[in-house]
Design a protein around this ligand. Structure first.
Ligand SMILES: NC(=O)c1ccc[n+]([C@@H]2O[C@H](COP(=O)([O-])OP(=O)(O)OC[C@H]3O[C@@H](n4cnc5c(N)ncnc54)[C@H](O)[C@@H]3O)[C@@H](O)[C@H]2O)c1
Length: 362
């Protein structure tokens, strides 16, 4: 078992900002990327946190990730905005796309934002939370272009990405309800976290190259590659398919097939179609109290294992609270990879030591 490092979220955010400034990002871009990645760790989704930095660096070195690019509206149809991400940081272009959509939903009651050609947009809940902070409901369909990892229901090889689906519902005076998951049984990044820690994954999530069940995360990280399985058998596969079509095709982007398969790159490109709804545009004066009545009702179910019933979003909230207090845990392999990435973009040993000193080994 490898050593774990623990670092407070503020120091980690400063470290990540410094890395991207060294790489050539503006202060704003470095701040948006650092905030997004650290927030993913705080939410408990380490698969989409600072551990992504080495992959982003590789993408930058390959000339895939473009720094300091902004969301560009390629069609404005009133309630529908189609936006080209220009291969820029998803953390920047998705944030700008959501701002534009929120403004439209404020004017019109609802808006659809179709973002294509964006570098990895990370944890989708982050974009949903941006909409919820403005008071809006949001529904996100996302695909991963040309980077198959997941086998179709009944299939035995990888045909599409982990295509996340996300919905948020803001609650009065409470944290929003947040559904945010990959349509694979587990996110690819969770196999990376397990692989880096030398752990196996639970049964039912992976198949090997022959299509046989396995618990070995190495099948996703070493040749010959196996595949992830969709969650919920045919239902997860069906949802993944609609994420691919609404996320990839409707957004003006690409879907995964022979012509779009990545061959020599580790870059991750996402497309996302987001529907933003202004709850105030609905004639539903009891919306909040009806939602709360339902939440109270389901939470009153006698727990089957002694643990209280949670609603979607509470898991992230509990992690945030704990990690803000106790710091963010980072396994040794991931920490070393991040430090190597920092050196790769020219951070001096001296500066790096300053950040290393802020992380404690446990
Ligand atoms: N950008 C991309 O290409 C990409 C691809 C895949 C996944 N992702 C992101 O990866 C992250 C992790 O995805 P995942 O599939 O591992 O998520 P997950 O399996 O951890 O599921 C998270 C969801 O389940 C809810 N949840 C957890 N416990 C619950 C409980 N007891 N009761 C009710 N709800 C509960 C959470 O609130 C959340 O909505 C997500 O943030 C997702 O957006 C991004």
């Amino acid at each position: 078992m490898s050593t774990e490092h623990r670092i407070d979220s503020q120091s980690l955010e400063q470290f990540v900002q410094a890395i991207w400034r060294h790489a050539g990002s503006t202060d704003r871009e470095a701040a948006l990327v650092a905030e997004h990645l650290v927030q993913a760790n705080l939410a408990g989704h380490d698969s989409h946190g600072v551990g992504m930095i080495p992959s982003y660096m590789a993408s930058l070195a390959e000339g895939q990730l473009q720094l300091n690019v902004h969301a560009r509206v390629v069609r404005d149809a009133g309630a529908v905005l189609t936006i080209d991400g220009g291969q820029g940081f998803g953390q920047v272009v998705a944030s700008e796309a959501m701002d534009l959509g929120i403004e439209r939903a404020r004017q019109l009651g609802l808006a659809a934002v179709a973002l294509h050609n964006s570098h990895h947009i990370g944890r989708i809940g982050h974009w949903a939370e941006q909409c919820a902070r403005a008071g809006f409901i949001a529904i996100h369909f996302v695909n991963v272009v040309g980077d198959p990892m997941v086998a179709p229901f009944g299939g035995s090889d990888r045909r599409f990405g982990t295509n996340p689906f996300c919905v948020i519902f803001p609650r009065e005076g409470k944290k929003p309800l947040l559904l945010d998951f990959a349509t694979s049984g587990i996110a690819y990044g969770k196999t990376r976290v397990a692989y880096n820690k030398g752990l196996s994954v639970a049964p039912g999530y992976l198949i090997d190259q022959q299509g046989q069940p396995t618990t070995e995360p190495g099948v996703m990280h070493e040749q010959p590659f196996g595949s992830l399985l969709p969650f919920g058998a045919h239902k997860g596969y069906a949802l993944a398919t609609l994420c691919e079509i609404l996320g990839g095709a409707l957004s003006g982007g690409r879907t995964t097939h022979n012509a779009t398969l990545k061959t020599d790159s580790s870059a991750i490109f996402n497309c996302m179609t987001t529907i933003i709804l202004n709850p105030e545009a609905f004639e539903a004066p009891e919306m909040q109290s009806e939602a709360e009545a339902f939440i109270d009702w389901v939470k009153a179910s006698p727990p089957s294992d002694g643990k209280p019933i949670e609603v979607p979003g509470e898991w992230e909230e509990a992690n945030r609270e704990a990690r803000l207090q106790r710091g963010i845990p980072i396994d040794d392999n991931t920490w070393r990879q991040i430090c190597a990435a920092a050196k790769q973009v020219g951070m001096s040993e001296n500066e790096l030591d300053g950040y290393r000193a802020r992380a404690s080994q446990v």
